[in-house]
Write a protein that binds this ligand. Structure first.
Ligand code: SF4
Length: 398
């Protein structure tokens, strides 16, 4: 039976293809984002702070910063990616210094509770049959003087979530389930997030009802993952940190051509085709605008000169004018009334016809009974289609 972690589930939700490459195909990549590297070093430093405390050693801030800088140097490697081009390794290292200092100044001398464990591993099942197995690591587990357990999570990101978001956070709710399985006598649990960049502590409590609904949601998600046969790529801002751009249909070409020198880039067949297509589309729009303007001018000319046929060099144009009967369109408020008049008169069948676009939506969304959809599908066929969507690269990045 596979064992799932919160980050595994999140990867699936964020991008099924990335999930498949990472957890099913187990394709290893040694690229690492600088943000992740920074987070790991800060976590290691705070772990040392509390581990040493348990052995009666209280580190000074300079001890911890010296440790942080040492492990930063020891672990830095060439595959660490800095996406923000105007920032350097030194900016991030300094940021880590600041985050640790902020935390230290807020919580020193670290004696408001007892540390029960740091980087505490959890392995547990969500059900009695051991079908839904979970794993995870608690940054720090504490117990305060009134016996309340604290599940702590250090956050080094530059994003501060709302209270509602932390109240719905899956990861620490999951860890609450894990520690209660490990020690069933634990009663009160407080979930605590330390947003170091903001010097903010956010906390949340979970009721038995929210825990059961969390368990159900996770079980549903695991069922969905295990039944999945299709793992489509899902583009998002996280793609910039994805380790598989060379295997992803949405990023593969970018990855390939961005590595080329400018002259080779402009000759690359895909780049040539897109550039040509966009140029022709722009030309098409310009020509269509011009056709519309000339058409208007011809009609105006015919009206003014009171002629129906206009002679050109090789062609002639006939301008046929007259009155055309029009009824309210689909979105016109009067349309419903008109439909009703026809229905009431028993003439609907004569004037209406099947809307196959709506029918496709109904079938794809399984909005009718299976039996009816099966009967309808005897007449449906799946055809391969391809649509080209053009958008500006700047928009793509946003
Ligand atoms: S680049 Fe984006 S869409 Fe492609 S696999 Fe990675 S996360 Fe998914």
């Amino acid at each position: 039976m596979p064992i799932y972690s919160h980050s595994q589930l999140s990867t699936y939700e964020e991008c099924p293809l990335r999930y498949k490459l990472r957890y099913w195909d187990r394709i290893k990549r040694d690229v690492e984002g600088v943000e992740g590297f920074l987070g790991t070093r800060v976590h290691e430093t705070l772990k040392k702070c509390y581990d040493d405390m348990r052995l009666t050693r209280v580190n000074s801030l300079s001890d911890l910063l010296a440790y942080y800088n040492k492990i930063w140097q020891e672990n830095w490697h060439d595959s660490i990616v800095i996406m923000k081009k105007d920032l350097t390794q030194e900016h991030y290292r300094t940021l880590g210094d600041r985050l640790i200092t902020t935390y230290y100044e807020r919580y020193s001398p670290f004696d408001s509770d007892i540390t029960m464990g740091t980087e505490m591993g959890l392995n547990f099942a969500l059900d009695d049959e051991n079908k839904y197995r979970m794993t995870g690591y608690i940054d720090r587990l504490s117990r305060d003087k009134s016996g309340v357990y604290g599940i702590h999570d250090y956050k080094t990101s530059a994003y501060l979530p709302s209270q509602e978001q932390v109240d719905n956070d899956r990861q620490l709710g999951l860890y609450q389930i894990g520690i209660k399985k490990k020690w069933p006598d634990i009663k009160d649990v407080r979930l605590i997030w330390h947003y170091l960049a903001f010097d903010r502590e956010l906390a949340s409590y979970r009721t038995p009802e929210t825990i059961s609904s969390l368990v159900q949601d996770i079980r549903d998600l695991i069922d969905e993952i295990e039944a999945a046969t299709d793992f489509p790529p899902r583009e998002s801002s996280l793609c910039d940190w994805c380790e598989y751009p060379d295997l992803c249909p949405l990023r593969k070409h970018f990855f390939k051509v961005e590595a080329l020198p400018v002259n080779e880039y402009l000759d690359e067949p895909g780049v040539v085709l897109v550039n040509k297509y966009v140029a022709l589309r722009n030309e098409e729009t310009r020509v269509q605008d011009e056709i519309d303007r000339v058409r208007e001018a011809i009609i105006e000319y015919a009206r003014r000169e009171e002629v129906e046929l206009i002679k050109g060099s090789d062609y002639k144009a006939r301008v046929a004018s007259g009155d055309r009967l029009k009824f309210p369109g689909k979105n016109d408020p009067e349309r419903q009334e008109l439909d009703q008049v026809i229905k009431d008169a028993g003439k609907w069948e004569e004037t209406s016809q099947l809307d196959t676009t709506v029918l496709t939506h109904v079938v794809e969304g399984c909005l009718w009974t299976k039996d009816l959809i099966d009967r309808v599908m005897k007449y449906g066929r799946v055809e391969e289609t391809a649509t080209i969507y053009i958008s500006k690269l700047k928009d793509e990045a946003e």
